[in-house]
Write a protein that binds this ligand. Structure first.
Ligand SMILES: [Zn+2]
Length: 239
């Protein structure tokens, strides 16, 4: 049995990974983290997208939810409500330096827990939506880090010691947003409930880095954002 687990926030990148994984693997698991994020609304949306993916692909998704409270660490606009989410930043600002939305070693923490979950369910392929855009700003999304972490999982688990070969798969690592969207569409992705906004408001703000990158991605892909189309059909106006 060919199994994989997707680190699943319900955003654009991980939704693309989910649809791709459903084409590539016999059994697909997801792990979604409830880490006291400002935008915890993404968890409710992630459930809707998983249901949608199951319907579209006619295949069960084994979804796991994991609670951990990263607000106890804080230090990020995503886990400390007293720090504002940056708005209306230019492309240059977004692509330079490490933003205040960086959550201290979040990816390392998530990967450790995902590896534990994967070992327990005998799943040896770990998939994440890390990509060029993210890794320019977030050091724990760099390919070198992921490659080294893969070695650590193989060295530090019982399954690894017994010869199972854990792999960290990065299907989107070299893609920009528009390419990710087009790749997702090739795999039947529906982004109607895929939520990306850092503010956590039900209607995406359109001004945070995540909203800006998403809008740019859809524009460059020559497509309308499924999420906004759905909002419009439901009678909402988007800023
Ligand atoms: Zn936003």
């Amino acid at each position: 049995m060919n199994r994989a687990i997707v680190i699943y926030s319900g955003g654009l990148d991980s939704t693309t990974c989910l649809f791709w994984a459903l084409d590539e693997f016999d059994e697909v698991h997801t792990i979604t983290f409830d880490y006291s994020q400002r935008h915890s609304i993404e968890i409710e949306y992630s459930k809707k997208t998983i249901e949608l993916a199951e319907r579209i692909k006619g295949k069960k998704v084994f979804s796991h939810y994991f609670k951990l409270d990263l607000s106890q660490i804080g230090g990020s606009a995503l886990t400390d409500l007293s720090i504002d989410v940056p708005k209306k930043r230019s492309d240059e600002e977004i692509s330079s330096g490490i933003p205040i939305t960086y959550v201290p070693f979040r990816n390392g923490v998530f990967l450790s827990i995902t590896a534990a979950m994967a070992e327990r369910h005998e799943v040896y392929n770990i998939i994440g939506g890390w990509n060029v855009l993210d890794y320019s700003g977030y050091p724990d999304c760099r390919y070198e880090f992921l490659n080294t972490f893969e070695k650590a999982i193989n060295l530090g688990t019982k399954a690894g010691a017994e010869g199972k070969n854990f792999k960290i798969l990065t299907p989107l690592i070299k893609m920009k947003k528009s390419e990710i969207i087009l790749f997702g569409k090739e795999h039947g992705a529906d982004y109607s409930y895929s939520y990306s906004c850092y503010t956590g408001k039900e209607i995406p703000c359109g001004e945070c880095d995540s909203c800006i990158l998403r809008a740019k991605g859809f524009k460059e892909a020559g497509l309308e954002d499924d999420f906004l189309v759905r909002l419009r059909n439901e009678g909402y106006n988007h800023p």
